[in-house]
Design a protein around this ligand. Structure first.
Ligand code: ATP
Ligand code: MG
Length: 250
């Protein structure tokens, strides 16, 4: 969904560079997400997608470049403060608290707003459990004992509990069966239709491109292609790079 003023940029990453010691993982990436957009980022293993997200969310300090969120320079703002401002990430591999219950994981998602103390947080919890009825049935279950798909639902739900303005998801499909990925993609499309801005990093290109407005392809720490997702989906160079990762082939 694309809405509002075309200049209404929520996240604006400019010439981002990120190093791990001497190794450069991100070599000058510029990427933006406008309010209401669903933007997809695709790219092969080791391309620098997660590193770019770590730079954008404040988990790793960029070696160069800037990150603007809602128009303000947040390049050196801590990850914690960024979450409070509405920049929320569902990390690659989910990083749940496996020994804690589903409910505790959800409450932890709301900790930046004081847990479940406010009526608004309890409303958000109700909404999230309506979106994921499976979690509602399993509130007391240990998070780590759930299926991979249920755990990814919980990771997204925990992110929503932080009341994001922009929800970033790193590798939605990791380790999941195609049917579950389709269900989760539908949930993201619904959330986006309701107005949530989403930045989706996903190796299964066709799933992400099917629901995205705009897409970026990352290769070797750089943006190799970008454009409306329909154009990216039919770009022969891009499709060649992602052959075997198409929905039809899974
Ligand atoms: N903590 C780290 N220390 C050193 N090098 C790292 C670290 N994390 C990532 N790298 C390196 O940075 C490069 C980019 O990795 P990154 O995880 O950002 O890629 P990615 O596109 O997210 O890959 P994947 O699709 O496998 O998740 C790789 O060469 C990787 O080995
Ligand atoms: Mg990654």
């Amino acid at each position: 969904m694309t809405t509002g003023d075309p200049d209404d940029v929520l996240l604006d990453i400019r010439d981002l560079e990120l190093r791990y010691g001497a190794a450069i993982a991100v070599r000058g990436i510029s990427l933006s997400v406008r309010r209401g957009q669903l933007v997809a980022v695709i790219g092969n293993n080791g391309a620098g997608k997660s590193s770019m997200l770590r730079g954008a969310t404040g988990l790793v300090r960029p070696s160069a470049g800037k990150v603007f969120f809602r128009g303000a320079d947040t390049t050196h703002v801590s990850a914690n403060r960024k979450v409070r401002q509405g920049l929320v990430m569902v990390p690659e591999g989910r990083l749940l608290f496996p020994d804690q219950s589903v409910e505790d994981n959800l409450v932890l998602g709301a900790y930046v707003h004081g847990g479940l103390k406010t009526a608004r947080a309890r409303q958000t919890l109700d909404k999230v459990l309506t979106l994921f009825p499976r979690l509602k049935e399993r509130l007391g279950q240990q998070a780590g004992s759930m299926s991979g798909g249920e755990q990814q639902m919980l990771a997204i739900a925990r992110g929503l509990m932080a009341e994001p303005e922009l929800l970033i998801i790193d590798e939605l499909s990791l380790g999941l069966a195609p049917k579950i990925v389709e269900q989760l993609i539908d949930v993201l499309a619904t959330l986006n239709r309701e107005g949530l801005s989403i930045l989706l990093v996903e190796q299964l290109a066709s799933y992400a491109l099917a629901i995205a407005d705009h897409a970026y392809v990352i290769a070797n720490g750089r943006v190799s292609h970008q454009g409306p997702s329909r154009e990216i989906a039919t770009n022969p160079d891009v499709m060649e790079s992602f052959l075997g990762k198409k929905k039809s082939a899974s």
